[in-house]
Design a protein around this ligand. Structure first.
Ligand code: ADP
Ligand code: MG
Length: 316
């Protein structure tokens, strides 16, 4: 975006906030330069949101600014990393000052919550899409991964499931309202950053739920070379999702809807998580145990068993 590119960067993206870990060199040069403390390691992740694919046409820009950062923070949370730096590539069909002001409001208000510094990015013209590259710090040689689950571990999840999937349906309705918990779960997800940090020294594996509980728990099972038994009645659902499940007549619906950005993690059997739950004010629920094998087996109260080994894939 030759015309206006630099004024847009200066006006909307170049903040003087210097909190957290200020970069050695931030926005304005060809690269940012960062100092990683000697006792830390860097966790890095990127996620893109494309209009019409990951968010609805004409989405509220403030909510979009929040969400694109939230989904990236969720990846750091899944590794137990503390958010530190972020870069932001935006592709815009046109320079729309009101849109940019709202977008950066959503983005920076979430960033400031974690003292997250915007250290660079790219601004180009084209179909609307936003890419965030996020960086967090971990204590040296300590991290949560997908590969550490062991037979006998307890399986936990945060929050509840299916809300964002239901929110997507509701968000398309003319009367959609952000004060509805499902609409909010879809349009303004809250990443479990504090929970991820607190689990760093406790959990044996962890993943954030972006593609659905069944797909993402299967990632842990595959990476850890184990199976799982999930007690269906233990999977936390809000009344709204339970009602929707009744309506569609598919009890596995909340296992396959994405965008919930909760954490699913394993801990050695019997570990008490009430202190972490209190400290992080996260709602966490034990839903099952890690077993031998490679399957995700869901058991209903009546003893019926189902194997869930499928999830949502972009190119399938
Ligand atoms: P170059 O042409 O060398 O890639 P740019 O003109 O793209 O440089 O960017 C100039 C400076 O502004 C760089 O430091 C870049 O990181 C920063 N920048 C560009 N767009 C953004 C953005 N959307 N958010 C934050 N920083 C940005
Ligand atoms: Mg550039």
């Amino acid at each position: 975006m030759a015309l206006n590119e630099f004024s847009v960067i200066d006006e909307f993206f170049k903040l003087d906030a210097a909190y957290g870990h200020p970069p050695v060199i931030g926005i304005g040069d060809d690269c940012a330069v960062l100092d990683v403390p000697a006792d830390r390691q860097l966790a890095v992740s990127t996620d893109t949101l494309v209009e019409g694919v990951h968010f609805l046409q004409d989405s509220d820009p403030e909510l979009l600014g929040h969400k694109v950062l939230a989904v990236n923070l969720s990846d750091l949370a899944a590794m137990g990393a503390s958010p530190t730096w972020v870069s932001l590539a935006v592709t815009l069909p046109r320079v729309d000052r009101a849109w940019l002001a709202a977008f950066t409001k959503g983005f920076f208000s979430l960033a400031s919550r974690y003292s997250l510094q915007l250290i660079g990015g790219d601004t180009t013209r084209g179909p609307l899409s936003v890419t965030v590259n996020i960086m967090g710090l971990l204590p040296k040689n300590q991290r949560l991964t997908r590969s550490g689950a062991r037979e006998g571990d307890d399986i936990y999840v945060s929050g509840s499931f299916g809300n964002a999937g239901l929110g997507l349906i509701k968000a398309k309705l003319p009367e959609a309202d952000i004060s509805d918990i499902d609409v909010a779960a879809y349009l303004r997800p809250e990443p479990c950053v504090e929970l991820g940090e607190a689990l760093l020294s406790v959990a044996t594996s962890c993943i954030d739920i972006s593609d659905g509980l069944s797909a993402d728990l299967n990632h842990i099972l595959l990476a850890s070379d184990v199976g799982a038994r999930v007690d269906h009645s233990a999977v936390p659902l809000t009344q709204s999702v339970s009602d929707h499940v009744q309506q569609v007549g598919d009890i596995f619906w909340p296992y396959s809807t994405g965008d919930d950005y909760q954490l699913c993690f394993t801990v050695p059997s019997g570990i008490d998580l009430s202190v972490i739950e209190k400290k992080t004010s996260a709602k966490i629920t034990k839903i099952g145990v890690i077993e031998k094998g490679c399957e995700l087996r869901v058991v209903q109260d009546n003893g019926e068993r189902h194997v869930l080994n499928k999830g949502y894939e972009h190119f399938s």
